[in-house]
Design a protein around this ligand. Structure first.
Ligand code: B16
Ligand code: MG
Length: 219
């Protein structure tokens, strides 16, 4: 009997490679403002809301910014990001994802998205996965962003499962913290594999079996 009856996937960096588009958009904005920003800084933005990401970038700014200026900057970044999303196709789905979704579907494992992004619905539509998940909880539904557990707790409740029956799949340290805080085991992939608290780890979804995911305590 599998321990896990539902899997809650993060979106950006787990299902689809939009993390690179986020980086490019923040990089453009930072350049315009003359604020130092590199891929190392970008790692801290994974899974974090848009406004919180901006605050992290502004740590390296040489002047203060008013709340109004911050709103303008966040809006500008989102415009740049939304422009790049126009190029999104099913080829942006990350390796192993389609096989994992198909495998869970055939085993009647429930599936949800738990994302901080307010752009999750258009992204899912652009890559042809708008019908792939029973539940989608995203940045438009939550008040508190990862590492707060709200997004995963809501997704688990909407799936009708207890926290211990859900597995979270995350690429961000903040997301791993959020899943653990929700009382759920967490599979860390990609950039999050350095997180010492993750329940299980895999470089990506080609590097782990369905059985390992469904029985995370045994692997
Ligand atoms: P948006 P996830 C997160 O998505 C991204 O990892 C993070 O970089 C971004 O700032 C956040 O969504 C908000 O995105 O600006 O589109 O609302 O990883 O939680 O799926
Ligand atoms: Mg992510």
């Amino acid at each position: 009997m599998n321990k896990i009856r539902g899997v809650i996937f993060d979106l950006d960096g787990v299902i689809v490679s939009t993390d690179e588009y986020h980086f490019q958009a923040w990089n453009k904005l930072a350049e315009t403002e003359g604020i130092p920003f590199d891929r190392g800084d970008n790692e801290r933005l994974r899974g974090v809301s848009r406004m919180e990401s901006l605050e992290i970038i502004l740590e390296k700014a040489t002047r203060g910014y008013s709340e109004e200026e911050k709103l303008v900057m966040a809006t500008r970044k989102n415009e740049i990001y939304r422009e790049s999303l126009k190029n999104l196709t099913p080829s942006d789905i990350l390796p192993g994802v389609m096989d994992v979704l198909e495998g869970f579907r055939s085993r009647d494992v429930k599936m949800a998205i738990g994302s901080s992004s307010k752009n999750a619905q258009p992204i899912l539509a652009a890559v042809g996965l708008d019908d792939a998940f029973e539940v989608v909880v995203d940045g438009t539904h939550i008040e508190r962003s990862k590492p707060d557990p709200q997004v995963f707790s809501m997704a688990g409740e909407q799936l009708g499962l207890s926290p211990g029956e859900c597995l979270v799949v995350e690429d961000a340290d903040a997301g791993v913290d959020a899943g653990l805080a929700a009382g759920m085991p967490v599979l860390a992939v990609g950039a999050a594999t350095g997180h010492s608290g993750a329940t299980i780890k895999a470089s990506d979804l080609t590097a782990i079996t369905l059985d390992e995911m469904l029985n995370p305590a045994c692997s």
